[in-house]
Design a protein around this ligand. Structure first.
Ligand SMILES: Nc1ncnc2c1ncn2[C@@H]1O[C@H](COP(=O)(O)OP(=O)(O)OP(=O)(O)O)[C@@H](O)[C@H]1O
Ligand SMILES: [Mg+2]
Length: 512
C-alpha cells in the first residue's frame, strides 16, 4: 500500500529549537517527509511535536538546522511563506474566529469577491460546501464557529486546510475530539489524500493504534530527539509504547504517591449522598433522570449529537435548563458559581476556553480553589504557592508553577485543567467532558488512576468521552444516549470498547 520510495518532498536536517532561557524543545532532528505517504508523528506530552509543526509552517524559526523542499533549501519567515510552498496545518489549538461562520473561516482575510460592485460571500460557501462533502457530518457553512463543539471545529479546521490545496498537510491532533467512527473516517481521508492525491501527510496523534493502522511510517520523538523512524508495517505497538513511556517509571511512582492522598474530611457519605438529576431538560436534551452515588464513576456515551455534552453543561450550571439537580441531599441553585462553591466542578478538553493563557501555571491551578476559599476565609498566598507546587508534582506536569501556562505543551496544559478540579478535595462532583483530550497515553492512565483514587475516597464522577476506551477504563456504569434520550444502560464488567460501539450502532440503526 505504501508508495514506492521517491525523493523526499521535505528534508528536515539537524533542526533544533531552544526556547529562552534554555528549554531545548528539539535537538538535532533529521527526517525525510515523502509525498504520497502518511507519516505518524508520536511522542509524549512535551516531546516537541507541535514545535516541529510550528517550524514547518513558519510560525516559529528553528534555532539551528535547515529545511529543504524538492531538494532546495527554503527559509520559512512566516506562515505566508509556508502557505506559498503548499504547507498547511491543522493546529492543536484550532485558531478559528468564533464570530465568523464556518465557511468564512476557511478563507479568512480574502473571502468573497465583488459582484456588480457588491461583496459576495459565495466563493467561500461554494468551496466550503464542496470540501465538506469529504468530511463526515461536517458543520453547515453558515453556522457560527463559536457555537460549535471542539469536534466540529476540528472538522472546520480540516476543511480550511484542504482549501489551500496543500502538498504537505500537518494534522496536529486534529482528530483528538472525534468519536471512534469519525476518527476512522478521517484516517481513511488522510490515507486517500496521501495515496490517491500524492500529498505528504504528517499525522500527530496520541492514539497509537490509529497511528499504526493509518500511517506508512512511524516517527517518534523523545525529549526533543528523534527516537524512531521506521515503516509502520515493521513497527510493533510495544516499540512505540516503549518510547512514549520514556518517563513512565517516574510517572507511575508519582501516580502511586497521588493515590495515597489524604482524604479530606468525608462529610458526604450516608443517605442522600451523591447526585440525583430529575427531569433535566435543555436544548438537545429530552427530560433526563438519573443518579450517581459518591464513589461511583458514571459515564455518558453516544454518537455525536447524542446530548451528553449539553447534559453535562446543564448539571454543572453552565447552561439554562429545567428540572432539578440534587447534590448530597441539597437542591442545587442554578448558577454555576453557586455549584462551584459546593465543589460541583466542570472540566473539559477545550482548554483555550478553560485556562487563562496569559496567567501562570500556579494561577490557573489555584483559580477554582481561591474562588471557593475566598468566600470561606482569607486565602494565604504561601498556601496557594505550596498547593500549586504539590499539584505540579503529583500530576507530573512538565512545567514549573511560575511559568506562563501558554509555554506548556498542549497535553501539559490539559493536565493543569484536570488537576485543579481533582485536587479540590471532598466533597467533589467532577463533571468531565473529554477531559484527557491531548494527554499522552502515560498521562492518561495516570489521570485515570487519580480519578479512580478520588472516587475511591468519596468523589462522584460523571463524564463523557469521545474515546470509548476511556469510558471502558473508568466507568462503573454507562448511560448510552441518543438524541438526548437514554437508550441503554451498561454496567461493569459488561463495559468494553466493542460493547460501547455496538450499543451506539444499535442506536443508529434504530434511528435510521
Ligand atoms: N513558547 C515557549 N516557551 C518556552 N517553552 C516552550 C514554548 N513552547 C513550547 N515550549 C516547551 O517545549 C517543549 C515541547 O513542546 P511541544 O508543544 O512541542 O510538545 P508536544 O510534543 O506538542 O506535546 P503535547 O503532546 O502535549 O502537545 C515543552 O517542554 C514545552 O513546555
Ligand atoms: Mg502539541
Amino acid at each position: 500500500m505504501s508508495a514506492a520510495p521517491t525523493a523526499p518532498l521535505l528534508r528536515i536536517v539537524d533542526v533544533g529549537k531552544v526556547y529562552p532561557p534554555n528549554v531545548r524543545a528539539l535537538n538535532g532532528i533529521t527526517l525525510d517527509i515523502r509525498a504520497g505517504e502518511v507519516t505518524a508523528l508520536l511522542g509524549a506530552n512535551g516531546a516537541g511535536k507541535s514545535t516541529l509543526a510550528r517550524i514547518l509552517t513558519g510560525v516559529e524559526r528553528p534555532t539551528s538546522g535547515t529545511l529543504h523542499l524538492d531538494g532546495r533549501p527554503i527559509e520559512l519567515a512566516d506562515t505566508r511563506d509556508a502557505h506559498r510552498h503548499g504547507i498547511a496545518c491543522i493546529y492543536q489549538e484550532l485558531p478559528l474566529l468564533p464570530n465568523l461562520s464556518a465557511a468564512e473561516n476557511i478563507t479568512l482575510g480574502h473571502t468573497g469577491r465583488p459582484f456588480l460592485g457588491l461583496w459576495s460571500p459565495q466563493p467561500s460557501r461554494r468551496v466550503y460546501a464542496e470540501l465538506a462533502k469529504e468530511i463526515p457530518d461536517a458543520p453547515p457553512p453558515d453556522v457560527l464557529v463559536g457555537q460549535l463543539s471542539v469536534a466540529q471545529r476540528q472538522k472546520v479546521a480540516f476543511i480550511r486546510a484542504l482549501a489551500a490545496h496543500p502538498r504537505l498537510l500537518i494534522v496536529d491532533e486534529g482528530t483528538s475530539s472525534l468519536s471512534l467512527s469519525e476518527r476512522q473516517e478521517m484516517q481513511s481521508l488522510l490515507r486517500s489524500l496521501a495515496h490517491a492525491r500524492g500529498i505528504a501527510v504528517i499525522y500527530i496523534t496520541h492514539f497509537i493504534d490509529d497511528a499504526l493502522s493509518c500511517s506508512d511510517r512511524i516517527v517518534a520523538l523523545l525529549d526533543g530527539k528523534l527516537a524512531l523512524d521506521r515503516p509502520s508495517a515493521d513497527t510493533a505497538r510495544a516499540d512505540v509504547l516503549h518510547i512514549l513511556g520514556g518517563g513512565a517509571a517516574a510517572a507511575t511512582a508519582r501516580a502511586e504517591a497521588a493515590a495515597r492522598v489524604k482524604p479530606v474530611e468525608r462529610k458526604t457519605a450516608g443517605s442522600g449522598a451523591g447526585l440525583t438529576v430529575t427531569n433535566l431538560a435543555c436544548s438537545g436534551v429530552a427530560p433526563l433522570s438519573f443518579s450517581t452515588g459518591v464513589g461511583e464513576c458514571l459515564g455518558l456515551y453516544g454518537p455525536p449529537g447524542c446530548g451528553a455534552t449539553e447534559a453535562l453543561r446543564a448539571v454543572a450550571g453552565l447552561s439554562p435548563h429545567s428540572g432539578r439537580v440534587d447534590w448530597n441531599g441539597e437542591v442545587l441553585p442554578s448558577a454555576m458559581a453557586q455549584r462551584v462553591l459546593r465543589n460541583v466542578v466542570y472540566c473539559n478538553g477545550d482548554r483555550a476556553k478553560n485556562l487563562i493563557l496569559s496567567w501562570t501555571v500556579a494561577g490557573n491551578i489555584n483559580l477554582l480553589y481561591l474562588f471557593r476559599q475566598a468566600l470561606l476565609s482569607i486565602p494565604s498566598a504561601a498556601a496557594a504557592r505550596a498547593r500549586a507546587a504539590d499539584v505540579v508534582s503529583r500530576f507530573a506536569i512538565k512545567g514549573t508553577p511560575n511559568e506562563a501556562i501558554r509555554n506548556l505543551s498542549g497535553g501539559n496544559q490539559q493536565r493543569v485543567a484536570v488537576a485543579r478540579t481533582v485536587s479540590l478535595g471532598l466533597p467533589l462532583l467532577l463533571i468531565g467532558d473529554d477531559l484527557t483530550r491531548g494527554v499522552d497515553i502515560v498521562g492518561r492512565s495516570h489521570i485515570h488512576g487519580l480519578l479512580r483514587a478520588a472516587a475511591g475516597q468519596g468523589a462522584a464522577i460523571l463524564l463523557y468521552s469521545s474515546d470509548p476506551e476511556e469510558i471502558a477504563n473508568l466507568c462503573d456504569r454507562v448511560l448510552v444516549l441518543r438524541d438526548g434520550h437514554i437508550v441503554d444502560v451498561m454496567r461493569r464488567p459488561n463495559i468494553s470498547v466493542p460493547s460501547l460501539e455496538a450499543a451506539v450502532q444499535v442506536g443508529r440503526r434504530a434511528h435510521a
